[in-house]
Design a protein. Structure first.
Length: 357
């Protein structure tokens, strides 16, 4: 196409389409032009690069290119002539390109954050009690912004959602970052997560880091509440395509959501790190205490076996041995005995024992 080809005496001269593109990587316009000429004319003298640019401009550009590692100078000629060679574009320009790409990603993230702050400020200023967010990207940005701006508490309901905006692993990483800032993190999670080794390990890690986690049989909806001043929840929990979320500000609705969270948190089984709050006089083996605690949470024998890395029959055999040891005819009686004997932590005020890994 006319204007974009380079041939004959125009070799190395950029057309209007890509002219001075290297300035986007931090090169000056003169450095851009001289570097392009060097790419096509290796081992040339400065005079061979003169033309539209003056000798002084070419000399200054060459000096800068050599200093930045974009070109090399060969002084081996006996007559003192210096010849220049362009460095490999991949090796020389690649790091510059990656640096700019990383900077653009940071700028993109900042623009998204500023957009959410702009939207939030305008909605709050207008007195709107509820905002509507459409699409996973917008929901994810708002959720991250809310957690980043938390000052003292983040509460979350984490159901077994088939298509979460943030994965369980993403949530765990964000929770850790929040707690490192001294913000209290409380969560209620669906019991099904304890039956999956990967997510069960993440829960154990979160509790060890200081998160307060309660486990319940079933949760009605995904919910995040920050500082009891703002909440985020899906408009339709069953919707899998193009999710829509609600952002609720200080209203009677927010008060109701806080009450819902507190009720579910108190009714659940509390998780604690392994080995904490166990009575020292308890003679039962640690592994047996773990089995009973997981049984108390509601896990099946097969799920307990996966969680503890042992065989299904081994779990059943140890439970039968415990029942025989304490004279329990049913597992319910075993659980009652375990709570009375101190195999489990002390019960809370609402008489729900805490489960331990």
């Amino acid at each position: 196409m006319a204007g974009t080809e380079t041939r004959g005496g125009d070799i190395g001269q950029p057309g209007p389409v890509d002219g001075a593109l290297l300035t986007l990587l931090g090169l000056g316009a003169e450095e851009d032009a001289v570097y392009r000429l060097l790419v096509d004319r290796p081992d040339c003298e400065p005079d061979a690069l003169a033309g539209p640019l003056s000798d002084a401009v070419v000399a200054e550009a060459l000096e800068s290119l050599v200093e930045r590692g974009l070109a090399s100078a060969d002084h081996s000629d006996s007559d003192g002539t210096v010849r220049y060679r362009a460095a490999s574009p991949v090796l020389a320009l690649g790091p510059l390109l990656e640096s700019r790409r990383s900077a653009l990603h940071r700028v993109e993230s900042l623009v998204g954050d500023l957009s959410e702050r702009h939207r939030s400020a305008h909605m709050y200023g207008a007195g709107a009690p509820v905002e509507v967010l459409s699409g996973p990207a917008a929901i994810r940005r708002r959720l991250v912004t809310m957690q980043q701006r938390a000052t003292w508490e983040v509460c979350a309901l984490v159901p077994n959602s088939p298509m979460p905006v943030l994965t369980f692993q993403d949530n765990q990483e964000m929770d850790s970052a929040v707690m490192r800032r001294g913000v209290t993190q409380r969560s209620v999670v669906d019991r099904v997560y304890l039956e999956q080794p990967v997510t069960a390990a993440l829960l154990m890690s979160s509790v060890a880091e200081g998160q307060h986690i309660s486990v319940t049989e079933r949760l009605p909806i995904k919910l995040v509440i920050v500082d009891r001043r703002i909440a985020l929840l899906p408009l339709d929990p069953e919707r899998e395509e193009e999710p829509v979320a609600l952002v609720v500000h200080r209203t009677g609705l927010l008060t109701a959501l806080v009450s819902l969270f507190e009720e579910l948190f108190e009714k659940g089984w509390r998780l604690s790190p392994a080995g904490t709050e166990l009575r020292e006089e308890s003679p039962v083996a640690v592994i047996d205490r773990q089995i009973v605690a997981l049984l108390h949470v509601g896990l099946t024998d097969a799920a307990i076996a996966r969680q503890l890395g042992m065989g299904h029959r081994t779990v059943q055999r140890r439970l039968h041995a415990l029942m025989n040891e304490v004279g329990a005819a049913t597992r319910f009686q075993l659980g009652w005995y375990a709570a009375r004997a101190g195999w489990l932590p002390e019960t809370s005020d609402n008489s729900l024992a805490q489960a331990h890994f």
